[in-house]
Design a protein around this ligand. Sequence first.
Ligand code: ATP
Length: 235
Amino acid sequence: MSLLQINRVETYYGGIQALKGIDVQVNKGEIVTLIGSNGAGKSTTLKSISGLVKVKTGNIIYNGQEISNRPAHENTFLGIAHVPEGRRIFPKLTVKENLLMGAFSVKNKAIIKERLERVFRYFPKLKERLEQKGGTMSGGEQQMLAMGRALMLGPDLLMLDEPSMGLAPIIVEQIFEIIKELNQEGITILLVEQNAFQALHIADRGYVIQNGEIKLQGNGKELISNHEVQEAYLA
Ligand code: ATP
């Protein structure tokens, strides 16, 4: 069953057309990855979904409801969490404050506590560092914090933009393992990655985006063994 459907979406930055009519579907419970080189339009796709940039034509349907061009905070209420490229945690706030920002819409203290416990189950290090300022954490810890903050929202759809960027291979492994676990727990994942091999490895399905257009799509294994994909992204 489709959770998210992107239909013929075109997005511009001023006169620059970043998305040229893309179609992407994400079904409930899937891990779907969007791979492609620098500037292909991956981040713009996520931003178009979460409402950070305006869609010019086409539409985006989430859970049967059109969400194109809604304000970003309204989409978070619907259960869409977006972990942006470069993490964007609040560097001057503590780990705890960063996490609580993720639950800004939740008033019920018991739910906040439950969500914090869940975040600590996935990221035990965050529990040890609650009073540390976010900006003083390592890249891997900041990625964990950004993901933890997104989890505080209680998302049904978690969109991750380049979670592996700039991280040591061992940390990347951990992050991908956690993405799989979150998915097994029922969270649908839309994963943007330049690390195509690892992304396709854990994904149910993938899309290759090139110059604002979807060039290829298929299940993760098909795409890993596809010649064009191997030459362009797995070399
Ligand atoms: P990267 O990994 O480098 O971020 P990407 O696939 O995520 O690549 P996008 O960031 O979506 O690519 O960029 C798609 C196109 O839109 C590129 O040509 C980029 O230069 C352009 N673009 C992105 N953001 C802006 C912006 N704020 N203003 C103008 N053009 C932009």
